[in-house]
Design a protein around this ligand. Structure first.
Ligand SMILES: [Fe+2]
Length: 193
């Protein structure tokens, strides 16, 4: 379930229909798809097969020609370098379409002079149109698994705006992985009790 925030005004929307309406007004498609059709540890091929009908429909809807499964976790080689490519404000020459299978992350969308932070999690589908200024960060667990669609894979090269705006926004996640401020207890807890 997504969380939509407007950090400049501290407005938070956590209700699915309200998120869909708010993002639709900004030209961003948001949907929820079911996740219960296959086990979470299924292979990429199994995922693509299980969602074959939806993948084909999305291809037709947006003119996408390929789809794949990206899987990123803390052990992914060169993870910091990979993330650094996308956590600066940029655009693409094609849509950025993601259906989140596991993990969480934040799409910061810079639209009409305002920044919307869309925290996505399992079951969320987001379609960011080509040319939208945005950046992306992972949540604390540095994990994301998602189906991606492409019009042509070369179109996904980021074009950086160099605005520096991304440096003004904390990549804070509020979803299930967010545990709030750490509280240290003055005595040891018996973990086996
Ligand atoms: Fe991007």
């Amino acid at each position: 379930m997504a969380v939509l925030r407007f950090p400049d005004t501290s407005e938070i929307i956590e209700n699915e229909p309200a998120i869909r309406v708010a993002l639709s007004g900004l030209g961003i498609d948001y949907e929820r798809w079911d996740l219960d059709r296959l086990p979470p540890d299924s292979s990429a091929d199994a995922v693509l097969a299980a969602y074959a009908d939806e993948i084909a429909a999305m291809k037709q809807r947006g003119g996408y020609v390929t789809a794949d499964v990206i899987d990123v976790n803390p052990t992914t080689p060169n993870l910091d370098a990979m993330l650094a490519r996308f956590d600066k404000e940029h655009t693409h020459d094609e849509d950025e379409v993601r259906f989140i299978l596991a993990g969480r992350g934040i799409f910061f969308l810079h639209l009409n002079g305002r920044v919307a932070a869309v925290e996505v999690g399992p079951g969320d589908l987001l379609r960011v149109p080509r040319g939208t200024t945005h950046w992306f960060t992972l949540c604390e667990d540095r994990r994301i698994r998602a189906i991606r669609w492409f019009q042509e894979t070369s179109g996904w090269t980021p074009h950086y705006t160099g605005s520096g705006l991304d440096g003004n926004y904390q990549p804070l996640c509020f979803g299930p992985a967010y545990l709030g401020p750490r509280v240290t207890t003055p005595f040891a807890l018996d973990q086996n009790a």
